[in-house]
Design a protein around this ligand. Structure first.
Ligand code: SF4
Length: 439
């Protein structure tokens, strides 16, 4: 551990080994500065040259990585970099923060927007995909640019926040659509906005009577925890219910500072959920995910999703096979508290949304018995209750019935789903038409 000069100097873990830095760009930082998010933001590492000065990257590598950052910018907070172990070439902190040539070499596979967020965008920056929810991208700026980011495509638009005019178009859309009850404020990282601008957004959304829940997607608790200050918490609590979804990917990110940030949010009445991204070589091991989730539970943060890494251009080196994620879920269930088990989901290309994946615990479904398997491999015959003809519970208000096709099959509304363009059905139709009497 290195210590900064001065009485109130900040102790920093000095990177060692492969990239033992000779000097740090913030050697004179006082504790007060270190704990000030504005200082962290203005001292971010924003070029490969900055980074080379820190971790001894060769001139050739610096040139190569500069070509990567011409395409995909770099931004790392001093705080997040201080968590790195520079002697480990596979360090999970560095892998998430430091550009890699693979981002360009792997660019032939994947797409810029595989989830087709732009195609479901009736207003610039607003994606309306699910019936009762919508997502607002309110800024392109992040305090750290995660190398595995799904929205890397927006980095090219500069580090700009949406203007009041652009925001007003989004508010107007939400207002017109009374079915929207849940608004997700995302980016970029919305918690990097000035507090007044964030309040402006929350206040305008709160004015819309049918909006029940506001959610904020942010990595600030992980990469800039000092941003969660009293002023921000009081704004968030004023416009509640506000939920925060964050993204811890590795147990080493659950630091005392990060725990304190989550605690502040919780004390302000803001529940915190975590959405881990499954990343090859970073957290694709059941023990890492188990440890991460138990650390999060200790911080009272709920492990909500384990996301399959999206098929975004330049991310192929981060992607695991689906079987890896299912294997991790298999290793968690039964071996740790149910509270520490997230839903493993894949956001399917083409805008199909999130699909949950899990190991199969149902071996067979019979009329009277269902055969189940437990986490130890014990196979159990589960006796179904006899149908006594009593109806299921009825809600006080009529529910909006789900209108998806599986529901229509289950209710008997349709007997089969036939893909459009099925040649056999087309033949039948032609035959019926030719057999019907003409007038
Ligand atoms: S903070 Fe979120 S939006 Fe920003 S780069 Fe990281 S993953 Fe992407």
């Amino acid at each position: 551990m290195e210590t900064h000069p001065g009485d109130d100097a900040v102790p920093l873990k000095r990177p060692k080994g492969r990239a033992a830095p000779e000097s740090l760009p913030w050697p004179q930082a006082t504790r007060e500065q270190w704990n000030d998010y504005r200082w962290q933001l203005s001292n971010r590492i924003t070029s490969v040259d900055d980074l080379a000065g820190l971790c001894g990257i060769s001139a050739e590598e610096t040139r190569l990585l500069s070509r990567v950052t011409d395409l995909y910018r770099i931004g790392i907070t001093p705080y997040y970099l201080s968590l790195a172990r520079f002697d480990d070439p596979d360090d999970p902190i560095l892998r998430q923060a430091v550009p890699s040539a693979e981002e360009c070499f792997g660019a032939e596979s994947g797409e810029d927007d595989p989830l087709e967020e732009e195609k479901d965008m009736p207003v610039p920056g607003l994606t309306h995909r699910y019936p009762d929810r919508c997502l607002l991208v309110v800024t392109n700026f992040c305090s750290m640019y995660c190398r595995h980011c799904t929205r890397k495509r927006i980095w090219a638009m500069g580090e700009a926040a949406k203007t009041e005019f652009e925001l007003s178009k989004m508010f107007a859309y939400v207002k017109r659509h009374e079915e929207i009850r849940d608004v997700i404020i995302s980016g970029g990282d919305p918690l990097t906005l000035p507090t007044e601008r964030l309040e402006y957004i929350l206040k305008n959304l709160r004015k819309i009577p049918h909006v029940e829940i506001l959610r904020i997607g942010t990595r600030v608790p992980v990469v800039l925890p000092m941003r969660i200050d009293d002023e921000l918490c009081s704004v968030l609590s004023k416009y509640g219910p506000v939920w925060v979804n964050t993204q811890f990917n590795h147990p080493r990110e659950v630091t005392p500072e990060a725990r304190q940030a989550c605690d502040r949010l919780l004390r302000a009445g803001v529940p915190v959920n975590n959405q881990t991204v499954l990343l090859k070589g970073i957290n694709d091991h059941a023990e890492i995910i188990r440890k991460l989730n138990t650390e999060l539970l200790k911080a009272k943060v709920r492990p909500y999703y384990l996301f399959q890494c999206d098929m975004v251009r330049g991310l192929s080196h981060f992607r695991t096979r689906l079987s890896k994620g299912i294997g991790i879920m298999e290793a968690l269930r039964g071996h740790t508290s149910g509270l520490a088990i997230p839903s493993y989901v894949v956001d399917v290309p083409g805008g199909g949304g999130k699909i949950p994946l899990m190991p199969n615990y149902i071996l067979s479904i019979g009329e009277e018995r269902t055969v189940l398997r437990n986490y130890e491999g014990i196979i159990v015959s589960y006796e179904e209750s006899p149908d006594d003809g009593r109806p299921s519970a009825r809600p006080e208000t009529a529910p909006a019935a789900p209108r998806n096709d599986v529901y229509r099959l289950l209710t008997g509304e349709v007997r089969a789903l036939i893909p459009a363009g099925n040649e056999r059905m087309a033949r039948r139709k032609r035959r019926c038409e030719s057999a019907s009497p003409t007038t």
